[in-house]
Design a protein around this ligand. Sequence first.
Ligand code: ADE
Length: 225
Amino acid sequence: MRIDIITVLPELLKSPFEASILQRAIQANLVNVHFHNLRDYTTDKRKSVDDTQFGGGAGMVMTIAPIDNCISKLKAERDYDEVIYMTPDGETLNQSTANHISLKKNIIILCGHYKGVDQRVRDYFITKEISIGDYVLSGGELGAAVLCDAIIRLIPGVLGNETSALTDSFQDNMLAPPIYTKPREYKGMTVPEVLCSGNFPEIDKWREEQAYKRTQQRRPDLLKD
Ligand code: ADE
């Protein structure tokens, strides 16, 4: 998979890709991530990427030309399956969307800033708009990092144990059950007997029951569809 991220703040974005699972996925060539500084696609001396709104109003709007220059250059080099715009008014990211995007070959992610982008960018270049939640961030970069983490970990071979992404919370519309590790007893706090029993059918049953209980208590909405 190849991910091209267009941003005015590449320095804000890079560190999540330089550690742990994302770094290993990149080193193993399971994913290629490229950062594009939008200012490199401007044509004026000031390298401006934004301007005032038509019709008046507070806040600057990202202009179409540098975004067009960058996206067109990338599209001339290869086909893209999706051009994603990170925005608080996009569809809220969930596991199902992450699963779908993780199957794509080439994607572009555009990070918004200021008031957002000129609507014509959204109308003519963007194929998908994603929000990471009902709150407003200073820009799309942290959202893009969240989206990339959610999709990269799903690429086959990225996680050591391939089953571990399948048993994540949300994969079957269910939260994950409680987990424990050694020691078996800590200051009087114990691990449920069944997990130490070696009886795997019983363990599976316990985990399913716990997952259901936790989902019912914390996210009953997940059980509705
Ligand atoms: N940019 C600003 N807020 C955002 C959000 N909640 N999700 C994605 N991109 C954003």
